[in-house]
Design a protein around this ligand. Structure first.
Ligand code: PLP
Length: 405
């Protein structure tokens, strides 16, 4: 994997910010887009633009083909059994909201229970509060230890006859922890409980095979894996998706409509009301092809080397607290400069052309766990280099000097 060659695929990376070469380390928030993805979007609008599914004319058929081929690409990428299991959404958040709404409507009764981990992104907490808790369900929390590892031996004691679903992230966007999803799924299935895996931070780093994992639902966002914003996936086992009611009503998701009664379209369209982001779907196809050409294993290996290098270098500075010490981690490095506010550190790094994220990263319960207002988060992608890590480290040293002396 020749990083300097790969970087040329990403035009945004070659710009200067405040006179410095951009160092983009905010990849857990969103990834940059390779030229092939940008080209695919441009080509769609200049050559194929037309609404999908409802047209008999050439362009509409072409657009439908692009959209449905993207679905097949996703199916193969995560090794789903059938295209019916792949629902396009606008991202992980909408995927989880879709499931939380439909699942709660169908299966949740007052007094039922859900298990959610302490390290979830808000988008895997709030939808369950909106739909399940509001139907009278109780949310139980699977905690993590100070290394940022889930206390899996506590899972059994949280499960009861009333547990209806377990919702857990594959990878923590704040701590970088790769959770032992397989173990959780196995335990859940011993009790016939389905599991939702939030793969928003996993899809770009790890090989995901939904059949091997045997997860029941999985959510992901295209923009985290080099595709456009506004496209994502809800994967669900067909047996559940068949039973679940639709989330939204509108065009495309129906078979017949009358004022007395409406029947719904077959899967997956039952869950795709209205005009979908078909351009985004095409961009996701292109992005997944791009990742396949490089090889997800090569990407994770490179990112792991960056993470190890960065962790050592940042530790060497001294006076830095790192959050997330799990044995199995992806390329997310959360830290604070002792005695300085994360926001001030982020601002100084920004002035040096280094883009990191600061704050709670939509994981307030993690901040509560550590009793901190937030962290500085550097997150690495396939195009980051060791020189960029060096720039980060120099930046942190400078910020430390300015803020704590
Ligand atoms: N889950 C996790 C773990 C995330 O990190 C994110 C976004 O950062 C989401 C869910 C939500 O993704 P999106 O905003 O693309 O819907």
């Amino acid at each position: 994997m020749n990083i300097n060659e790969l970087r040329k695929d990403f035009p945004i990376l070659s710009q200067k910010i405040y006179g410095h070469n951009l160092v983009y380390l905010d990849n857990a928030a969103t990834t940059q887009k390779p030229q092939c993805v940008l080209d695919s979007v441009m080509k769609f609008y200049t050559v194929y633009n037309s609404n999908i599914h409802r047209g008999v004319h050439y362009l509409s058929e072409k657009a439908t083909e692009i959209y449905e081929n993207a679905r097949l690409k996703v199916k193969d990428f995560i090794n789903a059994k059938s295209r019916s299991e792949i629902i396009f959404t606008k991202g992980s958040t909408e995927a989880i909201n879709t499931l939380a709404y439909s699942f709660s409507l169908k299966y949740i009764k007052p007094g039922d229970e859900l298990i959610i981990s302490e390290m979830e992104h808000h988008s895997n907490i709030v939808p369950w509060q909106l739909y399940a808790q509001n139907k009278g369900a109780v949310i139980k929390v699977l905690p993590f230890d100070n290394n940022g590892e889930l206390l899996l031996d506590k899972l059994e004691s949280l499960i009861t006859e009333k547990t209806k679903i377990i919702c857990v992230t594959f990878v923590s966007n704040t701590l970088g922890t790769v959770n032992d999803i397989e173990k959780i799924i196995k335990k859940a299935h011993e009790h016939n409980i389905p599991v939702l895996v939030d793969a928003a931070q996993a899809i770009q780093h790890l090989k995901i095979d939904v059949q091997r994992l045997d997860c029941d639902f999985l959510a992901l966002s295209g923009h985290k894996i080099y595709a456009e914003t506004g496209i994502g996936i809800l994967y669900g086992k067909e047996k559940y998706l068949e039973e679940l009611p639709p989330y939204q009503g509108g065009g495309d998701m129906i078979k017949n409509v009358s004022f007395e009664k409406t029947t719904y379209a077959e899967l997956p369209l039952k869950f795709e009301a209205g005009t979908s982001n078909f351009v985004g779907a095409g961009s996701l196809h292109t992005a997944l092809d791009y990742v396949d050409r490089i090889g997800i294993e090569n990407i994770s290996q490179h990112e792991k080397q960056l993470l190890d290098y960065a962790t050592n270098k940042v530790e060497e500075i001294g006076g830095i607290t790192i959050y997330g010490r799990a044995k199995n981690k992806v390329s997310v490095l959360s830290f604070n400069v002792d005695g300085a506010h994360n926001y001030d550190v982020g601002m100084i790094l920004d002035k040096l052309g280094i883009a990191v994220r600061t704050g709670q990263h939509c994981t307030e319960p993690i901040m509560t766990h550590f009793s901190i207002p937030g962290t500085v988060r550097a997150s690495f992608a396939l195009y980051n280099t060791f020189e960029e890590v060096d720039r980060l480290v120099e930046g942190i040293k400078r910020a430390k000097k300015m803020l704590v002396g």
